[in-house]
Design a protein around this ligand. Structure first.
Ligand code: SF4
Length: 76
């Protein structure tokens, strides 16, 4: 699986398999937030996403839901 830096998962949410589709945040200017301060924003390469989907399918073949790890302005 391709994960960049620390993965932040909702501790109160269901434990769906994770799929990283971007790294960091497009905003990265909120003064209170240091989550991605040192990580530049990038889209995950499609090859990584396809590999991770195949790996997830082999590990959790009955999964019906995945959680996308993506960071966009205003959606932490
Ligand atoms: S938009 Fe969200 S992730 Fe990005 S800097 Fe602000 S609080 Fe952090």
């Amino acid at each position: 699986m391709h994960f960049t830096g620390t993965v932040y998962r909702n501790p109160y949410g269901p434990t769906f398999p994770l799929l990283e589709i971007t790294q960091s945040t497009t905003h990265n200017k909120c003064r209170f937030c240091t989550m991605y301060r040192d990580v530049p924003f990038k889209m995950s390469p499609m090859e990584w996403i396809e590999e991770d989907l195949q790996e997830t399918a082999s590990i959790v073949p009955n999964a019906t839901t995945i959680q996308l790890l993506r960071k966009t302005k205003g959606i932490p």
